[in-house]
Design a protein around this ligand. Structure first.
Ligand code: ZN
Length: 262
């Protein structure tokens, strides 16, 4: 049994074969956290998880989704109370596609509003964070760490998903009690090897972020939750641990964070 702690099987990329994709995962004992990125995809995530055992949902508004879209706490409050909703996210900061400082300011403001709701609802967080390209307008990771610390927003735990920050920042997220999520990036980009080795297995989650970020050896194809197995294999290799140990521990981590009694 293994968890894909972050993917989007509700998205349009799976309109033609969604059930097959989900069944391929479940047949391999891959359990799935289906993550929303706005109101619509959050509702779709919930719907999908009602139809399948072995799937749970997270609801949230991705930082890149429509900078004009106000965050409406009452709508998310309602979704958070639905059956099988286990987290709030993905929410966060993304300076990769949002480069203007006034837009980044808006992102931060909206992120804080979301964190306030997570505090009120006592729900764990799925955090998205991405820096701008080197040399352009700023880094998102330090801003996120500062916001989380200042507002004391991590009491209910969470994961910083698709980790691409520095090793030093990874340690700060660990100090805040958060899990660090790794996906197919670690199978094809070598600059995170040291971070994978240094983050303790007890604090690590595995994910695919499907349909994006397809791992080796499936590069060039659409990603899907069953491919989380490739991420686990690579983590095992980098950490010099057995594959069985990696999936056993990361499964426990996922069950702890999202309070699943699977
Ligand atoms: Zn995602």
């Amino acid at each position: 049994m293994i968890f894909d702690s972050h993917c989007h099987p509700q998205m349009a990329q799976y309109d033609k074969d969604r059930e097959e994709v989900i069944n391929r995962a479940l047949e391999e004992d891959v359990f799935v956290i289906c993550v929303g990125t706005d109101l619509e995809t959050s509702k779709q995530a919930i719907e999908l998880t009602q139809k399948h055992e072995g799937m749970w949902a997270s609801v949230g508004l991705h930082p890149n989704d429509n900078l004009n879209e106000k965050f409406e706490p009452e709508k998310y409050r309602e979704l958070l109370q639905q059956n099988k909703v286990v987290a709030f996210g993905e929410i966060g900061l993304d300076y990769y596609r949002t480069k203007k400082s006034e837009d980044q300011k808006f992102q931060k403001k909206r992120f804080i509003q979301q964190l306030e709701l997570s505090k009120e609802m006592k729900v764990s967080l799925i955090l998205h964070c991405r820096d701008s390209k080197a040399g352009s307008s700023g880094r998102a990771y330090p801003d996120m760490i500062e916001i989380l610390k200042n507002g004391n927003y991590v009491a209910n735990g969470g994961v910083i998903h698709s980790y691409t920050g520095s090793l030093e920042e990874a340690k700060q997220f660990l100090d805040l009690g958060l899990y660090v999520g790794f996906n197919g990036i670690v199978t094809f980009a070598r600059q995170y090897d040291e971070i994978v080795r240094d983050v303790p297995l007890e604090r690590m989650l595995l994910e695919t972020d499907a349909p994006y970020l397809t791992p080796e050896p499936h590069r060039g194809k659409r990603n899907e939750p069953a491919y989380v197995i490739e991420v686990a294999k690579k983590v095992a290799e980098l950490k010099n641990e057995s594959y069985e140990k990696v999936i056993e521990q990361t499964t426990k981590n996922c069950q702890n964070l999202f309070k699943l009694n699977a």
